[in-house]
Design a protein around this ligand. Sequence first.
Ligand code: GLU
Ligand code: ZN
Length: 297
Amino acid sequence: MTLTIGRFAPSPTGPLHPGSLVAALGSFLSARSRNGRWLVRMEDVDTSRCRAEHASTILHQLEQLGFVWDGPIIWQSRRQQAYLAAIEQLHNQVYVCTCTRKLLEAQGNTEHYPGICRERSLAKNGHYSLRVKVPNAEICMTDRLLGRQCLDLASHGGDFVIRRADGIFAYQLAVVVDDAASGVTEVVRGADLLDSTFRQRHLQTLLGYPSPEYLHLPLVVDQRGQKLSKQQKAEPIDIRQPLPALQLALARLGQPVNPDIDSLAGFWAWAQASWDETKIPRNPQTCGKPASDSGQD
Ligand code: GLU
Ligand code: ZN
C-alpha cells in the first residue's frame, strides 16, 4: 500500500482564520486517519502579498492548536529554481504574453484570455508574463467527496498565466511542482480551489507528474453567505482558546463533536478516532460543473 502524504498550504497573507483552520484540520485528519504523513508548506511565492510575520504567526497558531507536522516546513519563496526548471520542461506549451490589463479590459473580459499571443514562443527573460496553452477538451477528475467533476478550460479562463510579468511564479505552477516534489498523494483543501484543480491537473499531465487524489472541503461562509477569508478580514483564531476553535472546525467538517472534551489531547484523540470523510457536507461553490461522458480523466 502506498504511504499517504497530505499537506496544508497556507498563504501567509494574514493569520490563520476559521476558514483556513477547517482546511488545516480536514487535511490533517484525512492524512492521519490513513496513517499518513502531513506536511506544511508556506505559499509565500507572491512576495508582494506575503509577509514573514504572518508565516510565523500561522506556524505558532498551528502549534498552539496542537497540530504536529512531518519534516521541515516547505517555503515556496526558496523554490524558484524548481519552478524555472518546470517552465523549461513545458517549453512548447508556454508562450510570452505581452497583453496589458488595459488591452484585455478593452477586449471586454479580463477573466477570459482570448489567446492573442498564442503564436508567440517562449523567451526566457524580460518583463512579460508566460501563459500555458489549455486543451480544447474537458478536463475531468474524481473528487473523493464530490465525485466526477469536469471543466473545459478553453471556455473557462483560457490559457492561464504561470509566471507573471513581475517575475513571480503563479500559484498554479508552484502548487503542482511542490506537490509532486513532496510526493503528495492527496490534496484536501477548500472548495474555492476546485476550479484551480483543473488547471493543476492540466499542468501535471504536461509535466508527466502523477495526479494526487482530491477532496474539496465545504467553504466556511459568514452570515451573508460570503466566504470567510483573510482578504475579507476574517477574525483570526484565538489561540488562548484553542478547544472551542477546534470543536467548531470539526463540526463544520460534519464530524461528531464531543462537548465533554476538556483538553487538547482529548480533542485530538477523539477527532482522529471518529474521523469519517463521508460525513463531510458537500457544498462546492465553484465553477466546476457535473461530469459529462466526454473528456479525459
Ligand atoms: N495557498 C492556498 C490558499 O491559502 C491553498 C493552496 C492549496 O491548498 O493548494 O488558499
Ligand atoms: Zn497576450
